[in-house]
Design a protein around this ligand. Sequence first.
Ligand code: ATP
Ligand code: MG
Length: 222
Amino acid sequence: MKNQVGPPVTGNDFFGRKKELMQAWDLLDNGNHLLLPAPRRVGKTSFVLQLRKDAQKHDWKAIYFNVEDGSDETGFMRMFVDALKKEENWFKKSAKNTFDSIGKIMSSLEAEVEVQGVKTTLKWSNAAKSDLKRELEKLLEDTGKCLIIIDELPVLLSRLANIPEGKGRVGDFLHWLRSFRQNPDSEIRWIFCGSISMDTFAERLGITKTINDLYSFFTGCF
Ligand SMILES: Nc1ncnc2c1ncn2[C@@H]1O[C@H](COP(=O)(O)OP(=O)(O)OP(=O)(O)O)[C@@H](O)[C@H]1O
Ligand SMILES: [Mg+2]
């Protein structure tokens, strides 16, 4: 075992947390979505990477992606879709068409248009949002029990909140993510963690309603 300070630890370098891991699987099996609001550098990323590693043993699939380099909704989606594409053996052959449809919607969102002489990209419109949701749900139907682990979302959202009309977009985006969690038949569970706590962030923006369905796991010292 390396005594390593710095990046998240995996494999033999990861130790302890047995009780917390068992609790997390129990909560997930009981239908909860998790929020890890622990303070900085306590091992959140290492912990969720261990959950991903153990997923198969618990009869779950799992993807992990870190969105700290993203700056908006489309950036988030790119990273989500890339993470799903890496797991091509999870999906039926027909999923290729769904990935293609998602690709088309994404390209239309990223295409530059000129409005009054200024180059801009198209808005994350309601139509695009519902099309993407429909296509993503179609894809995720194939996976069965699946954890979607998202690291550092508040970093991306803080960036988005700082642009004109950004705060509203953050609220809309968190509502959109919440809408996936409202389907009682879904076998998808979402886990959020990061170096900025999502609950503090949402509270500051007055949008705690968008995340109040998440189970806050390990408050205090982890
Ligand atoms: N289970 C563990 N076993 C061994 N070392 C650990 C464990 N968890 C965390 N560490 C140590 O703590 C450091 C920080 O871990 P990690 O990056 O997972 O924390 P974090 O809470 O995600 O941090 P940040 O808030 O910066 O995102 C690691 O570099 C490692 O040295
Ligand atoms: Mg981390």
